[in-house]
Ligand binder design. Structure first.
Ligand code: FES
Length: 365
């Protein structure tokens, strides 16, 4: 604020410009326009008509009650609608039922609380206009204690003591509205059904109990042991992938879990007996899904027999049953036991003996 702005009307002030130069003289002017003051207060219907006030109260209560209904719908939907349930919505396509119901119910729950609060403020709370004169930034002690009194008296101002119906319905609506967040946090702590993480389409039950052939990816042709020469690498899928596609069984998920890398090396280089026995004459198969966070371990260093994950450089030693020798992964790549069937093709007689990919809480050791 400039010095001359504080002068009384008609008073003159001489000011030295900040950068030097000639003195400037200002003459303070009075207000150009007369202060018209506040218009007369217009009373609302609810201020003068007890029936109208009661009606407004009921309307607000209905809003809060609708909010409670929406919250209950959220809770019921959370526990009853299956994650896999979908429906077709024209113009959008197939969408997840639970996402839509949870989104709409929590949206309506908040919406009705907002509408109820606004209607309450507009119809029942005091609406007298108040003039507050300009004053220094810091309020006087008296004004500050007044402010505290205003806040503490807010409940009285909102007529909570006179309108217990509003008090209880608002309390109910706000109390229930908090529940979806609590339910989501508590509900997501588990325990989860993680059986699908432990199962892959390499499990023989996917093939009526019979061994499952190793197929070249993406050609999906079976592989004979003699095709796998020393030092060669094959990216492999199980023959049951086609069945998963036909049955529309979360194909991408199943494919991701089933990815296998088949490598052949001198059997004498394999130091772990179990790893040698689970292979065929130096041909060994391992899950291609990194045990760190699930990237595809697709880089094979033929001279060192190391498998490398390109994401964070975890390195697995093939001669040590794919033990981690570098990087953030904490577990070896799971091995897939392979054999040769009567027709000379490589098959897996059993699934992985442990879950593939990154660790998860329910995995245990
Ligand atoms: Fe393989 Fe991180 S995902 S190292």
């Amino acid at each position: 604020m400039n010095e001359h702005e504080n002068s009384a009307p008609g008073e003159s002030t001489t000011v030295v410009p900040a950068g030097g130069g000639e003195l400037a003289t200002y003459v303070a002017q009075g207000d150009r326009f007369e202060n018209p003051g506040l218009p007369p207060h217009a009373y609302r219907e609810a201020d003068v008509n007890p029936h109208a006030a009661k009606r407004a109260e009921r309307q607000v209560a209905i809003m809060f009650a609708l909010s409670m209904v929406a919250t209950v719908v959220f809770l019921v939907a959370f526990f009853t609608i299956s994650d896999s349930s979908t429906f077709f919505f024209p113009g959008i396509g197939t969408i997840s039922t639970i996402n839509v119901v949870l989104g709409l119910s929590v949206g309506f729950s908040l919406f009705f609380i907002g509408i109820g609060a606004v209607h309450w403020a507009k119809t029942l709370m005091p609406d007298e206009e108040v003039v507050e004169q300009r004053h220094p930034q810091r309020s006087s002690e008296e004004a500050r204690s007044d402010a505290v009194a205003v806040v503490t008296g807010g409940g009285r101002q909102a007529q909570l003591d006179r309108r217990p119906l509003l008090k209880y319905t608002l309390g109910g609506a706000l109390g229930l509205f908090a529940l979806p967040f609590v339910v989501q946090v508590v509900g997501t702590l588990g325990p989860y059904d993680t059986s699908y993480l432990k199962h892959t389409i390499w499990d023989p039950q996917e093939n009526d109990g019979k061994p499952i052939r190793l197929m070249r990816d993406p050609e999906m042709t079976p592989i004979k042991l003699e095709d796998v020469t020393n030092g060669s690498v094959f990216h492999v899928m199980p023959e049951t992938l086609q069945k998963a596609i036909d049955e529309n069984k979360h194909v991408l998920e199943e494919k991701a879990k089933a990815a296998v890398i088949l490598i052949r090396l001198d059997p004498d280089l394999i130091k772990v007996p179990k790893a040698r026995e689970w292979g065929v004459d130096g041909a060994v198969a391992y899950s291609k899904i990194c045990t760190h966070v699930g990237c595809a371990v697709g880089l094979y260093e033929q001279q060192t027999h190391h498998l490398l994950c390109p994401c964070h450089q975890s390195t697995f030693d093939l001669t040590e049953d794919c033990a981690v020798i570098f990087g953030p992964a904490k577990r070896p790549l799971p091995q897939l036991k392979i054999q040769v069937d009567d027709a000379g093709y490589l098959v897996a007689p059993q699934g992985f003996d442990q879950p593939v990919g990154p660790s998860f809480w329910e995995r245990l050791r």
